[in-house]
Design a protein around this ligand. Structure first.
Ligand SMILES: [Zn+2]
Ligand SMILES: [Zn+2]
Length: 389
């Protein structure tokens, strides 16, 4: 079966919403205009309940099926925020806000989910309750976590949750998913090494912090090569290295390093943290200096549960002949991970065609993908909560 026919009719309208969001990008939790528009449309469709202000600026719409005897409640999620990037697409609906753009396609995700909400309010061809989740601050603000902390899952009784992201470089209409880990966890670390500054010609009177930090920098690279199981994937990058020396006759007193660790495996994640601390603190101590390590946990890994992944792929197969249900995991992170920590569910990729990559200033969401995305969202509701089930 191809895309649902109704979406061919709705396509121009959904495209209009999408391009309007594109014209008016907003960052992180400041998605006030977008959230207000989403809530307005959900009310206009006739949603049974629309709640604003969850997780600060998140919006939730509830649609009850023709029957609710099954007692089932399924959540569908889209993200609404844009990025601090200056757009270079030259589109007639390009960003009207300098320095901000929808460079990750969240304008498309939001529009496709709205399309599914419109379709389902018209038909209500299911036995249960559909919860439409529009979250702020996916791009580094953990808006999904805030919505969860605001009681999203319990308040609406959500039992399963599904999300989608466009995939540049994958043909439009193709889907990709896998059971288990799909996207990485991401953590940041900050190391401050303090020795003893001094004259470059009198190193014996100083503790050369630059040399100590250099030992730490190199030793950190042994974590991935010597501590982590070679069959597992971990990235450890030290991204900045700044000394407080400003001249070639000064030995630095303090050096600051910043880095990131990405992994697909929670055990590797905690081992990396432990080893970064041990190596930094003890290497510094061995040289008579001190290292202070600050570890900031970012998004956890996005882990699809097996049964729900199978349902998601099955629904995708009703829409498309091209469904890869064992795609390779990738190392960006995604804050839908927090919702998957609370409920079983799955995250799926939808082809965006031959576009620039996400977070590139020439990126644009592909409106041709809309009928596929909306069909999948509403298909999850109709297939998981069938009327004759
Ligand atoms: Zn992004
Ligand atoms: Zn994104």
């Amino acid at each position: 079966m191809p895309i649902r026919n109704r979406y061919a009719e709705l396509h121009p309208e959904i495209t209009e919403w999408r391009q309007d969001f594109h014209r008016h990008p907003e960052l992180l939790f400041e998605v006030h205009r977008t959230a207000a528009r989403v809530a307005e449309l959900l009310r206009a469709f006739g949603c049974d309940e629309v709640v604003e202000g969850m997780g600060r600026t998140g919006v939730v719409g509830v649609i009850k099926g023709r029957k609710t005897d099954s007692g089932k409640v399924i959540g569908l999620r889209a993200d609404m925020d844009a990025l601090p990037i200056r757009e270079v697409t030259g589109l007639d609906y390009a960003s009207q806000t300098p320095g901000m753009m929808h460079a990750c396609g969240h304008d498309g995700h939001t529009a496709m989910l709205l399309g599914a909400a419109k379709y389902l309010t018209e038909n209500r061809n299911f036995d249960g309750t559909a919860v439409f989740i529009f979250q702020p601050a996916e791009e580094g603000g953990a808006g999904g976590l805030e919505m969860c902390q605001d009681g999203l899952m319990d308040r609406f009784g959500i039992q399963e949750v599904y999300g989608m992201h466009n995939s540049p470089g994958t043909p439009v209409g193709h889907f990709a998913i896998r059971p288990g880990v799909l996207l990485a966890s991401t953590d940041e670390f900050y190391i401050t090494v303090t020795g003893k500054g001094g004259h470059a010609a009198e190193p014996h009177e100083a503790i050369d912090t630059t040399l100590v930090a250099a030992h730490i920098l190199i030793a950190l690279q042994s974590i991935v090569s010597r501590n982590i199981d070679p069959l597992k994937r971990v990235v450890l990058t030290v991204s900045t290295f700044v000394t407080d020396s400003t001249a070639n006759n000064i030995i630095a007193h303090q050096v600051r390093m910043e880095g990131t660790v990405r992994t697909l495996d929670p055990e590797c994640r905690s081992m990396a943290e432990e080893r970064v601390r041990e190596i930094a603190e003890n290497t510094a101590r061995a040289h008579g200096a001190q290292a202070q390590v600050t570890w900031e946990q970012g998004y956890p890994a996005t882990v699809n549960t097996p049964d729900e992944t199978a349902y998601a792929a099955e629904v995708a197969r009703t829409i498309s002949d091209h469904v890869d249900d064992n795609t390779a995991p990738i190392l960006p992170a995604e804050d839908f991970a927090y919702m998957l920590e609370e409920r079983p569910g799955a995250y799926i990729f939808l082809g965006n065609g031959d576009s620039a990559s996400c977070h590139h200033p020439a990126y644009n969401f592909n409106d041709d993908a809309i009928p596929f995305g909306s069909s999948w969202y509403s298909g999850m509701i109709e297939a998981r909560m069938p009327l004759d089930g």
